[in-house]
Design a protein around this ligand. Sequence first.
Ligand code: C2O
Ligand code: CU
Ligand code: CU
Length: 471
Amino acid sequence: MGTDHIGLLKRRALLSASAGAALLGVVRPGPARANQSHRIVAAPGQASLTGPRRRATDVWAYGGSVPGPTLHLRQGEPASIVVENRLDDDTTVHWHGIRLPIGMDGVPGISQPPIRPGESFVYEFTPPDAGTFWYHPHANALQQLGRGLAGALIVEERSPVAVDRELLWTIMDWRLKSDGQIAAGFGNRMEAAMAGRIGNTVTINGVVPPDERVRAGERVRLRLLNAALARIMALRFEGHRPVVVAVDGQPCDPHEPKDGRLLLGPAMRIDIVLDMQGDPGRRYRVVDDYDEDLEYSLVHLAYDAAAPVRPHPLEAPIRLPRNPLPEPDLGAAERRELVLQGGMMGGGGMMGMGRAAWAINGASMTGDGHAGMPPLTTLMLGRSYVLGLRNDTAWPHPIHLHGHSFRVLSRNGVPVPFNQWADTVFVEPRQTVDVAFVADNPGDWMVHCHVTDHQTAGLMAVLRVGKGGKG
Ligand code: C2O
Ligand code: CU
Ligand code: CU
């Protein structure tokens, strides 16, 4: 990230001011649009990321669009999704956050053979939880995700949530050259040991966003998905008070985030309810100030000039219905510690780890994972566990566990203030985050940092859930 980063973001801000009036990502709430069978083709394509007047970018796309088509599924009903690979590269699809059988988890060599070019694979699973999830490749992940292969997966609540409208922002981050094409250099070693491949162009639903047009007084459910390779975001809605109703798809106690900032590491999702309490005709910035020195306006909420849709704003918060998550038995839970190690240290040195830049408990699983690599630990099927995620590095890591959602218990021993579940939890440098879950899903499950460069450079391991296991 240097000056060109700032320059491009400025140019982007200019573009967004003039890019016109299209409504972004409007979705009508309700399960009626769910469909349990889908077919997705992964193939090279083109996308107008920076608006119709500029040259299109060569991308890799699901269903010809970036992001891929938003899949809507019904909770608790079997779904079948055919994935056809028309790339020149082996691929798989991982259904991030869905608690599904190991054979459908999309990790090549561990849960399925890779889908070769020209081949297809049928993914079949029954999503147990309603919420905001997503799908992405788990093969050659840096390039495949970085070139555009990602899409949202929404599992509908059984009855519609009482909002006026629903919006989805799938946020992606691109490193574009001045000709609008994706810059080479995926897997740069130096970057991998630092913040990862952060881009210079941020899109919402595949385009540098025009204004999001809203009506005064309306209540909107906004699903936020960070589908970037490495960019961590902290979003602030100027003039508004977003209420968080779900984290990583799982309903939480409705609450306003600390300082009004919504922290979204790569792969994380937050559902908010936004009451549009701004003035008709005005525009309000949505700012990403995770890096305070590089703060930029992601998009503007642009109010229609019309009078508010209701005389008084709605007061009652929305609480989403519970998902059928097994409650961990904290009294009986065994503790396992995962120590995150490596990366560029303050003095410029690195831990001596050979080809890998990162490790968990001294071991580095690199690339997309390896068949036959011994699990870090084995958990007994049906038992409760506390995972202590201890970050001994100088960098933050969004740590993701496959096949399960966990309850977030504490940060550095301080209990988290709200009941919340997640599948990807942000661990600050020198922080220990305790999470708990029931190991109720048998299989070999990846646990990894979702900063993709960190994952592929060693910040990844396998947890085995099986019978008669022992740490
Ligand atoms: Cu979205 Cu293995 O991850
Ligand atoms: Cu996952
Ligand atoms: Cu990381």
